[in-house]
Each structure stands twice: as structure tokens, then as C-alpha cells.
Write a protein that binds this ligand. Structure first.
Ligand code: HEC
Length: 239
């Protein structure tokens, strides 16, 4: 009895108390003695944890290598992921056009119907759907005066948009020709560049001067009748 007593150092142990000779108690005594007490101090990290961390880091590296693209910002562009060349992203003209239209919207409104008496409609407008050269010229250089659109008179001022580049102008023109129920062929930035060059130095149009310009033939390669000295635009002819 006393040997069992000495061996046990468990917290419940009261050395002053004699154990009753209860066999159940004696049985548990053995179990209590052999149970390990929690220990104080630092235990070494299990090797399996260390291996797990290594595996996670390796997998992460592999994943980034496989799917991360390059580390440049371009590497994350959709185009690069799609396998395209990483050059200036050629934006969809309708999307870019919609973006640029944000500035036109103030006057012509998001529905393109304008504001009666003040801002003419783009929806169904003969200026939008008609002669492309006239359209590009008026948007590039601005327009003011008594204008008739869809049988209604307007007499106000349309600012010039020549601070926008050819791609933006081409996109917004393509956009207004294919929105608000309009349907017409797109306008290329080469076309805009040609009209920009042709109208260089021309101030804001009046409806009459715009009509005269529209009536004059474009400086087409095979048009010797119109003899503008500077108008030898070589390549970019409207299709
Ligand atoms: C500050 C208001 C204003 C803004 C912004 C504006 N316009 Fe205009 N726009 C006008 C007015 C006013 C006229 C009519 C001018 C006149 O009465 O002679 C007009 C005329 C036009 C016309 C010819 C008439 C017609 O309705 O078809 C087109 C095309 C046009 N604008 C396109 C644009 C585009 C494209 C933009 C944006 C890049 C734009 N406008 C931005 C006020 C504006």
C-alpha cells in the first residue's frame, strides 16, 4: 500500500490521507499514475507541420508560375491571357465610343434625342446617318447657327472636339451611328485623320459653310477637278 502511495505524484494525492483498501480505487491509482501530466515549456514543432508548410509554399509558387502571367501589369490584361500580342490594347470602338459619348450626353442626352429647341437629336439625324465626311468635319470643328435637323430648327452652338484623338472621334461617331436605333457603317480612325487634315485651320462651321464643304468633293486620289494645294492625302481614303 505505501509503495503505491509514494509513486503517485498526481495533484489529487493527499499524502496525509490513508487510502481506503477499496479495490476500485487501487485500480484507478495505476491509471492515474501512468497518465502523463501536461508539461510546461517548448515542444519541438512536429516535422509533419514543417513539411506541410513547405508543400503549401511550393504549390503556391507552382500555381503563380502556371497562372500568374508575367509580373508586368500587362500580364494580367485579358488580351495577354487570351494569347494576343501585348501591344496597345485595341479597344472595341463601340465601347470606347460609349465612353467618349459621355461628353456629348450633356447636350444630346443619353437617349440621343437631344432637347427640343436646344440640342438637336442624333437619333435618326441626317447629319449622323448621312455623309460621313460632313459628320466628322462638324464634330471635329464645331458648328453654330441656324441648323435644321429632322425638320426642326436649332440655333445654338456645338463645340469643337478636335482635342480628341482620331481613334476617339472615330469611335464616338461609330457609336452614334449605331445607337439610339441608328444603323450605319462604322467610321475608321484613318478616315477621321484624313478629314482632320483636310479641315485643318478651318474654324467652327456655319450650316452654310458646312454644306459647301460637304458639296465639295473629298480630295480623292482620282479627283483632279478639286485642286486644293494641300489636299494630297495619300493613303487614307474612306471606304
Ligand atoms: C454643349 C452642348 C453640346 C455638346 C457637349 C455636344 N453637342 Fe453636338 N450639337 C450641339 C448643338 C447645340 C448642335 C446644333 C448646332 C447648331 O444649332 O448650329 C449640335 C449638333 C450636333 C450634330 C449635328 C446635328 C445633329 O443633331 O445630328 C452632331 C452630329 C453632333 N452635334 C454630335 C455631337 C457629338 C458626337 C458630341 C460629343 C463628342 C456632341 N455633339 C457634343 C450641342 C452639343
Amino acid at each position: 500500500m505505501s509503495s503505491i502511495h509514494n509513486d503517485n505524484t498526481g495533484p489529487e494525492q493527499n499524502p496525509n490521507q490513508e487510502l481506503p483498501p477499496d479495490p476500485v480505487h487501487v485500480l484507478h491509482r495505476a491509471a492515474m499514475r501512468e497518465m502523463q501530466e501536461p508539461r510546461d515549456g517548448i515542444a519541438p514543432t512536429p516535422v509533419s507541420y514543417i513539411l506541410l508548410c513547405f508543400a503549401a509554399v511550393l504549390w503556391g509558387g507552382w500555381y503563380i508560375g502556371m497562372y500568374g502571367g508575367t509580373w508586368s501589369a500587362d500580364g494580367l490584361a485579358e488580351k495577354a491571357l487570351a494569347g494576343g500580342a501585348i501591344t496597345a490594347p485595341a479597344q472595341n470602338p463601340m465601347e470606347l465610343g460609349k465612353e467618349v459619348y459621355g461628353v456629348c450626353m450633356n447636350c444630346h442626352q443619353d437617349h440621343g434625342k437631344g432637347v427640343p429647341e436646344n440640342y438637336p437629336p442624333l437619333a435618326g439625324s441626317e447629319y449622323v446617318l448621312g455623309d460621313k465626311r460632313r459628320l466628322a468635319a462638324l464634330v471635329l470643328r464645331g458648328l453654330s447657327g441656324d441648323l435644321t435637323v429632322l425638320g426642326k430648327h436649332y440655333n445654338s452652338q456645338m463645340p469643337a472636339w478636335d482635342n480628341r484623338d482620331d481613334e476617339e472621334i472615330a469611335a464616338v461617331l461609330t457609336y452614334i451611328r449605331n445607337s439610339f436605333g441608328n444603323k450605319a457603317d462604322p467610321i475608321s480612325k484613318e478616315f477621321v485623320a484624313a478629314v482632320r487634315k483636310e479641315t485643318e485651320g478651318k474654324g467652327e462651321w456655319r450650316p452654310a459653310t458646312l454644306d459647301a464643304f460637304a458639296a465639295s468633293s473629298a480630295p480623292a486620289p482620282a479627283a483632279p477637278s478639286a485642286a486644293p494645294p494641300t489636299a494630297a492625302t495619300p493613303q487614307a481614303q474612306p471606304k
